[in-house]
Every structure is written in structure tokens, then in C-alpha cells.
Design a protein around this ligand. Structure first.
Ligand code: NJP
Length: 251
């Protein structure tokens, strides 16, 4: 309560649900994405619902390091710094290894791996300079960061999420070496009913409806509840990774 959280990719989907639930829990949440108008709408909804926290929309293209650094300096000016960083923004481009476009691969690396790493570094420095020892960095990973999907188009995406698995564990080790009590966690969902999943289902409403019905996908709110669970663990509990799949998902 009263702590400052940064949620990346807060305009829609999982990030919007996470931003909302943290505001419900009384946090000051800086939500960033390119479509800042959607975050402004969400902030107005949170305000009119009377939630105890506040959502501060911030427009940022996370594929641009300068924009990320400006965001952290704005957060420092307005809120002193961050106590919690939720690296949620991410995307999947269905670009196969044998015929995919380099640009699609680069966009996935830029957002899923580089932006997550830059935000992690900046969030850590922000916590360190204010002696915040109970901070938390949470990476929204994926089940495909733990096993390669039997897919012809998702291997590069999977590789970026394997990177998130390595970076979360690497971060945990570096924090221990620094004798810091800041915690690092990744949350690894299976299929979640968001625009992300819709795109992977070819933006086809019928196909999406059939998939959502047949495997009863996770909802963005399920991931948001997991974030609350992770943040409310007692200080001596380090949750490394939470894997959650729809009960009926096979792969
Ligand atoms: O995705 P979606 P989800 N700069 O597409 C933002 C992982 N995951 O909520 O800029 C700034 O609804 C984008 O904002 P905007 C997945 O890998 C999902 O499902 O306005 N922001 C939007 O807010 C990802 O890491 C599933 O377009 C950028 C958000 O990212 C996380 O969950 C399964 C940006 C994407 O919203 C959230 O995904 C799984 C940029 N350059 C893991 N590029 C699933 N849904 O099934 C994108 O295992 N964003």
C-alpha cells in the first residue's frame, strides 16, 4: 500500500489487469505503453470506482532505450522511484526460423528481452539509491520459456522467453551477491484470453471463441491475482517462478 509500481504494457491484456488490481490494493501505479489513451481510460475507471491507489499513465515505446530512461527519470521526479517493477510488455511475431523476417525477430528481442533488462537495471538502481530493500521485480514470462512449443512459427518467441527464464534466475543470483533482499520472480502462463492470444489465433473470432471454449483459457485477472500472491509472500519467501496453465491445455 502506498508503494510505487511500474507496470509495462499496461494498455490492454495482462498489464491492464495487473495495473488495475495493484491500484485496488492502494498502490501508486505507473502504467506505460504506446497506446497511452487506453491507460488514461483505465485510470479514469479506477478513479471513478473509488479504488484507494492511483494509476499514472505514461506513454513509452519500450523498443527505444531513451524513452525508457526518460520514463525512469520522470518517475524519480514525480514519485522518488519505483519499489516494484512488473515487466509485462511483450509480443509474439509468428516468424519461423527458416523463413521469418529479421525485423520480426528484432522487435521480439527489443521488447521481450532488452526492454525487460533495461527496466530491471533501472528499477534496481532506483531501489538501491533509496535503500529500498523490500523491492520486487516480476517478469511476465511464459510456459514457452520452459519448453519449446510444438509449433512451426513460435520458436523465436520461445527463445525470447527462455531468455526471460535465464534473466530472472540470473537476477536472483546477482541480487544475492549484492546482499540485497529485493526479490525476483517470473510468472509463466499458458494461453491467456487477451489480444495477444487473439492474434495468434489469426484474429479469427470464430477460431478464438472455439479455442477459448475448448481449453477454457486463463483470464488476465488470473495472472493479476498471481502478481498479488507473489507480492504478498512474506519477506523470507523467494518465489522463483509460478507456472499456470488452463487446466485443459495439453501442450
Ligand atoms: O498481450 P497483449 P498480453 N512499447 O498483446 C505492450 C505474456 N504471455 O497481455 O504499446 C510499449 O494483450 C502493449 O502496449 P501498446 C506475453 O509474452 C501472454 O497477453 O499500447 N509497450 C500491450 O500493453 C507478454 O509478455 C500469453 O501496444 C509495448 C502489451 O505490451 C505478457 O504476457 C501467454 C510495446 C501486450 O498486450 C502480456 O501479454 C504467455 C512497445 N514497443 C505469455 N510492445 C497469452 N496472452 O496467451 C508491446 O505464455 N507493448
Amino acid at each position: 500500500k502506498g508503494r510505487v509500481a511500474l507496470v509495462t504494457g499496461a494498455s490492454v491484456g495482462i498489464g491492464a489487469a495487473v495495473a488495475r488490481v495493484l491500484v485496488q490494493h492502494g498502490m501508486k501505479v505507473v502504467g506505460c505503453a504506446r497506446s497511452v489513451d487506453k491507460i488514461e481510460k483505465l485510470a479514469a475507471e479506477c478513479q471513478s470506482a473509488g479504488y484507494p491507489g492511483t494509476l499514472f499513465p505514461y506513454k513509452c515505446d519500450l523498443s527505444n532505450e531513451e524513452e525508457i530512461l526518460s520514463m525512469f527519470s520522470a518517475i524519480k521526479t514525480l514519485h522518488q522511484g519505483v519499489d516494484v517493477c512488473i515487466n509485462n510488455a511483450g509480443l509474439a511475431r509468428p516468424e519461423p526460423l527458416l523463413s521469418g523476417k529479421t525485423e520480426g525477430w528484432r522487435t521480439m528481442i527489443d521488447v521481450n528481452v532488452l526492454a525487460l533488462s533495461i527496466c530491471t537495471r533501472e528499477a534496481y538502481q532506483s531501489m538501491k539509491e533509496r535503500n529500498i530493500d523490500d523491492g520486487h521485480i516480476i517478469n511476465i514470462n511464459s510456459m514457452s520459456g520452459h519448453r519449446v512449443l510444438p509449433s512451426t512459427v513460435m520458436h523465436f518467441y520461445s527463445a525470447t522467453k527462455y531468455a526471460v527464464t535465464a534473466l530472472t534466475e540470473g537476477l536472483r543470483q546477482e541480487l544475492r551477491e549484492e546482499k540485497s533482499h529485493i526479490r525476483a520472480t517470473s510468472i509463466s502462463p499458458g494461453l491467456v484470453e487477451t489480444g495477444f492470444a487473439f492474434k495468434l489465433l489469426d484474429n479469427d473470432p470464430e477460431k478464438a471463441a472455439a479455442t477459448y471454449e475448448s481449453i477454457k483459457c486463463l483470464k488476465a485477472e488470473d495472472i493479476a491475482s498471481t502478481v498479488v500472491y507473489v507480492l504478498s509472500a512474506p519477506p523470507h519467501v523467494q518465489i522463483g517462478d509460478v507456472q499456470l496453465r488452463p487446466t485443459e491445455q495439453i501442450s
